[in-house]
Design a protein around this ligand. Structure first.
Ligand code: UDX
Length: 430
């Protein structure tokens, strides 16, 4: 497994837990050293135990030296980063190509080279070309095998997936991939074999579709606020239609994270480059970016239109619960906008404060939710961590200077909040 980022580490640990022998390779020596000591580079529930168990049972190894790992491998996964290239939004493939070259130099005997990183359509062809050029004699196949892991639920998503997509038309590679995922056959997980380019596109199409779904319900929520309807009931009302489905219809402050923002952008670039624009996704990218900024205005309006000199207690900073990931989190747009309007921000997040402290200025990071709202003129829910759902609201009320709650995740019931004497503003509900 080349790359011990989110995808590489979770996939490596899960494959090891399936019973395979996995070596995770990373150039970052201190990361490998920490992993060997059982210290995880990311927060993902259950990952530390899974790594520890498989290290102990000698199926999972970490190294900075790819030579032995690649030489002895039946399959080598490329799970390196593909960040958005500065300026044009295209995925930066230099790490993928670098890994391909390295694998080519080191592999020995028939090797299946699998791209797990999210890569634009046609990248598999490039990887194949690089390997062939570097090692004209090599016996290999290049396969696309996209990941569909949600942060916070990544282990479950790997072990109990809705489907596995494998992009290759070569029989020998199919056999190796089937063997790797064999434990899933027992659960009757559909394993979809497609052409490589199709598989590459499936990943982008899936993420873009989900981003469209979220943005759609977010705009319906805005309309609900204008016409006096309830977006949660609209979601339920449409979601019970099996053709639409219930999931990913929660209105909120806009999507963030490591995948949706990057992948929607990369897809629109590819589509435009090929003269087949996907205008719905262009619009979604634009609407979502504007929405994150608009959330600051929503908070300011709820506080009477002027927040200058006021204090806001923020609960949640990460782009979603059960992760410490701050990438493209709505809080990164909301907090600076509130500060620019003159507000002071106190914040608490169970996992992401360390990460957030590098990305935000002048925020008072607090020891817990009650500490964050102490003396604040409003409490704002930005991320729906379970512990905020179960907050003692009467205690919260005694801590707040003014009884204003802005809930960007709809975790409380409007009627209950009114009964408790809060001025309560949520998303798409009266
Ligand atoms: C996503 C995909 O789900 C996963 O399959 C892919 O491989 C990587 O990207 P992830 O980014 O971890 O996973 O989080 P996800 O749970 O999908 O949430 C993404 C964003 O959408 C979050 O900001 C979340 O708050 C938001 N969201 C999600 C909503 O606003 N409403 C919803 O109903 C669902």
């Amino acid at each position: 497994m080349i790359g011990t980022g989110y995808v590489g580490l979770v996939s490596g640990a899960c494959f090891a837990d399936f019973g395979h022998v996995v070596t995770c390779v990373d150039k970052d020596a201190s990361k490998i050293e920490r992993l060997e000591q059982g210290i995880m580079p990311i927060y993902e529930p259950g990952l530390d135990q899974l790594v520890a168990k498989n290290v102990k049972e000698e199926r999972l190894f970490f190294t900075t030296d790819p030579a032995d790992a690649i030489k002895n491998a039946d399959a080598v996964f490329i799970a390196v980063g593909t960040p958005s290239r500065r300026g044009d939004g295209h995925a930066d493939l230099s790490y993928v190509y670098g890994a391909a070259e390295e694998i080519a130099q080191l592999m020995d005997g028939y090797t299946v080279v699998v791209t797990k990183s999210t890569v634009p359509v046609g990248t598999g062809d490039e990887v194949e070309e690089i390997i062939r050029k570097t090692r004209p004699d090599a016996e290999f196949a290049v396969v696309s095998n996209p990941e569909f892991l949600r942060e916070g639920a990544a282990i479950k998503d790997f072990k109990v997936p809705d489907r596995v997509v494998v992009g290759t038309e070569e029989e020998r590679a199919k056999e190796v991939m089937s063997e790797l995922y064999r434990p899933l056959y027992l659960n009757e997980t559909p394993i979809l074999f497609t052409a490589r380019r199709t598989s590459e596109l499936i990943k982008y199409a899936a993420n873009a579709f989900l981003a469209v779904k979220i943005t759609f319900i977010n705009e319906i929520a805005d309309l609900c606020e204008k016409v006096g309807a309830n977006v949660q009931e609209v979601s339920r009302g449409i979601g019970l239609d099996n053709r639409i489905g219930k999931k990913f219809l929660n209105a909120g402050p806009g999507y963030g994270g490591s995948c949706f923002p990057k992948d929607t952008l990369a897809l629109t670039k590819t589509a435009n480059d090929h003269g087949a624009p996907i205008r719905i996704v262009d619009t979604v990218v634009e609407v979502n970016a504007a929405r994150k900024k608009a959330m600051a205005t929503k908070i300011i309006d709820a506080m009477g239109g002027d927040v200058s000199g006021k204090t806001i207690g923020m609960l949640g900073l990460a782009f979603k619960p059960n992760t410490d990931d701050m990438r493209d989190a709505p809080s990164l747009d909301i907090i600076p906008a509130l500060q620019a309007a003159g507000a002071k921000v106190r914040a608490y997040d169970p996992e992401s404060m360390k990460e957030a402290s590098h990305m935000l200025e002048d925020v008072v990071f607090c020891d817990g939710p009650y500490h964050a709202i102490e003396g604040a003129d409003a409490m704002v829910i930005v991320t729906e961590w379970d512990q905020f759902r179960a907050l003692d609201l009467d205690r919260a009320k005694t801590m707040l200077n003014e009884n204003i709650v802005v809930d960007l995740r709809n975790i409380y019931a409007p009627a209950d909040m009114a009964k408790r004497g809060f001025k309560y503003v949520s998303v798409g509900r009266e």
